[in-house]
Design a binder for this molecule. Structure first.
Ligand SMILES: [Zn+2]
Length: 107
């Protein structure tokens, strides 16, 4: 389709990196299918895809995550296993519980 921003370029199939901040969570989605303008680089993302991203961001928020990076391929196919948790690979975890600030024993 024709780009709505620069009105010169045309869009073609590509991928985008999308950052969502619905509430108290920031989720970065990589490899999101998008129409990308060949002229200005504007990214157009399908409404259905956006819905999936929002839902995934809500999951992250419920899990108590503040910042997360997800690949669209890992959320595109919802886990169908019954009673299944952990359908998504959770390789990236911030070491939040390791927060021991260095303190001098000499006060
Ligand atoms: Zn454009």
């Amino acid at each position: 389709m024709k780009c709505l921003v620069c009105k010169h370029g045309k869009t073609q199939e590509g991928t985008a990196t999308v950052t969502l901040e619905p509430a108290n969570v920031t989720v970065v989605f990589k490899d999101v299918p998008a129409q990308v303008c060949t002229n200005c680089g504007e990214e157009y993302i399908d409404a259905l895809v956006t819905q999936r991203l929002l839902r995934s961001a809500e999951e992250a928020e419920k899990a108590g995550v503040e910042v997360d990076i997800r690949h669209y391929t890992s959320i595109a196919s919802p886990p169908l296993a019954k009673g299944g948790r952990g359908g998504i690979e959770n390789a990236q975890r911030l070491p939040q519980s390791l927060g021991n600030p260095p303190q001098s024993p000499f006060g």
